[in-house]
Design a protein around this ligand. Structure first.
Ligand SMILES: *Cc1c(COP(=O)(O)O)cnc(C)c1O
Length: 375
């Protein structure tokens, strides 16, 4: 139905070869050679002290929640404009979710709104870098220090993005990435837990291996392998890591294609922004995006839906994004909350197709269609 779909997952061409290698090597469970290669890649390229491949970003978030030893009644401050997993991981541990509003200029969490919600029960701040555009890291780090809190970065959309030259994912005690089919680099379903605080490395290894010291056993550090802590199975098959490795080898190519398309959209739509027909994401010094998505906002939900319909009528699939979690059926049946900026981004935001296989002339066709709608 769509001549230009919203997303087509990138395939580098080497995936088949590496998956075949994994099959022929007869080493299919977790922590095989491809997993180790992928983890080493992330640590070298982004300077992360320790990384663990996980079955998803959701699972990496759940590991972070386990590592923080959250207890019933502990409070976690998080954005409402985010994916449901950012919240589930913490509520699963019995923590109380405290939603904070977005900035008015962009969907990222507002540090002033975080500060207002800090109480003696606050244990952690969870942030999410929307569109691979960094949150206000100086202000957030100051709060984390001042109140001695944990920081978790949900960096699912932020692989290869940075803040003042430092990779996103290296600020929090914990950071998580996603390799879901819809992300820049993917293996269908997959994730990564980054541990920036060495104190948690040993326990992370145990929690990821069903609460056992299996990894230490295989390294010869202990003569038995047994149950030592709570945990679950958070490690992906090496078959998935083999697929992911092919994607990582192509990362520079994927990123340069996406960034070129992002720049094309941004430049060609800036006239509509100047005429106040649409509002582009702010470009701020020191925040380098990874082109994980291209979004803008319009004046109302009706306008947004009309533009989606106009694009659809022209064979182009566009999409809105997160519905604010405080307005979800699950949360709103118990709590009534108003977070006007988050609600605005849920209602007014629209994303255009952006993927490495999208041709420049297709992007231009999409821009023309948006312009045509407003003329
Ligand atoms: C995609 C996404 C997730 C979930 O990732 P999975 O790997 O599918 O678990 C979490 N948070 C954000 C912000 C995301 O965009």
């Amino acid at each position: 139905m769509f001549s230009i779909p919203f997303n087509i997952p990138y395939v580098s061409g080497s995936e088949k070869q590496y998956v075949l290698e994994a099959i022929e090597g007869r080493r299919l469970s977790g922590d095989g050679p491809f997993t180790l290669k992928c983890q080493a890649f992330f640590e070298k390229r982004f300077g992360f002290p320790k990384t663990f491949l996980t079955t998803s970003c959701s699972d990496a978030l759940e590991m972070a929640a386990l590592l923080m030893d959250l207890k019933e009644g502990d409070e976690v401050i998080l954005p409402s404009f985010t994916f449901v997993s950012t919240a589930n991981a913490f509520i699963l541990r019995g923590a109380k979710l405290v939603f904070a509003d977005s900035l008015s200029s962009c969907p990222n969490i507002d540090p002033d709104e975080i500060e207002k919600r800090i109480t003696p029960k606050t244990k952690a701040i969870v942030i999410m870098h929307y569109a691979g555009i960094a949150c206000e890291m100086d202000a957030i780090m100051a709060l984390v220090k001042k109140h001695n809190l944990f920081l978790v970065e949900d960096a699912a959309l932020a692989l290869d993005a940075s803040y003042k030259g430092k990779a996103l994912g290296s600020f929090g005690h914990f950071a998580t990435f996603s390799f879901h089919e819809t992300k820049n680099i993917s293996c269908g379903e997959g994730g990564l837990l980054v541990i920036n605080d060495e104190r948690f490395v040993k326990r992370a290894e145990i929690i990821r291996e069903k609460g056992t010291n299996r990894s230490a056993f295989f390294r010869g550090e202990t003569d038995k392998y047994s149950w030592v802590d709570i945990g679950s199975s958070f490690l992906p098959s090496d078959l998935l890591a083999a697929y992911l490795w092919a994607q990582l080898e192509a990362m520079d190519e994927i990123q340069s294609k996406r960034l070129a398309l992002f720049d094309l959209y941004y430049k060609d739509l800036s006239a509509l922004h100047d005429q106040k027909k649409i509002r582009l994401a702010p470009k701020e010094a020191g925040k380098r995006t990874n082109a994980s998505l291209f979004y803008f906002t319009v004046g109302s939900d009706k306008e947004r839906d009309a533009l989606i319909a106009h694009l659809k009528a022209n064979g182009i699939q566009s999409a809105f994004h997160y519905q604010s979690l405080h307005k979800s059926a699950f949360f709103s049946k118990k709590h009534s909350l108003s977070l006007p900026n988050a609600e605005k981004f849920s209602d007014h935001l629209l994303r255009l197709p952006l993927y490495a296989g999208l041709r420049e002339e297709q992007a231009e066709q999409i821009v023309d269609c948006v312009r045509d709608h407003f003329s």
